[in-house]
Ligand binder design. Sequence first.
Ligand code: NAP
Length: 244
Amino acid sequence: MEASLACKRALVTGAGKGIGRDTAKALLECGAEVIALTRTQSDLDSLVQECPKMLTVCVDISNWEATENALKDIGPIDLLVNSAAVAILEPFLDVTPEAFDKLFDVNVKALLHVSQIIAKRMKCRGKGGSIVNLSSQASRCALKDHAVYCASKGAVDMLTKVMALELGPHKIRVNAVNPTVVMTAMGRIGWSDPGKAAGMLSRIPLGRFAEVEDVVNTIIFLLSDKSAMLTGVTLPVDGGFLAS
Ligand code: NAP
């Protein structure tokens, strides 16, 4: 896609692995200066080896104080991608308070906090910005053993809409992407079993899971001026799963 992001500065959370990692690399290719954030230093080391221009921040975003310190001096940000999240799968009747708290701490509360920090700065700079939240098809469709994960992504969808409502007047656009299964480290947690995978594939009209690149291309579109009139959308990247 021809999306020039030259002169833009981007922060990507969850950039150690999977969708976040490839989004950070794609943003560099589009000419942006990119800060990759994750909680595992070895993932950042290998990312810098691959892409020497990549800037990095190592922090666990569920720790609010550490996150504030880590983001204090990163400079102006035009583009934010909230990709960091965890998946813990349990049958509804067995959901533990620990799993509930961990899922909501990372997938919802930390996403809100990082977005607050960055959006306040965008507002002060007065140059607008674009934020993309990684949600999921699980925000809109019940999936077995996904009770709290589904609930956390439902929360991300509604946070996205309220952020769009309140930040729009400051020319800050906020959108979500809602992928189907992608075979990253997280995707493998839920869908490595061939029987389970076949059941899901049979419900996707295009007949395949999403590739990381399918999701990254959509994120880049939503970050770029090509989507200048889009805000508050929760965009499926699901081969038609949610349409059926
Ligand atoms: P992934 O491969 O598991 O990567 C997630 C990244 O986030 C990892 O680098 C992880 O670091 C980091 N992270 C997790 N918790 C963090 C924390 N507290 N602080 C800082 N970094 C943290 O996941 P993915 O498949 O790329 O998923 C990316 C996003 O897409 C997520 O929001 C996910 O819910 C969503 N999504 C995924 C799928 C799918 O099937 N894969 C489908 C729909 C939506 P560590 O590895 O060091 O923990």
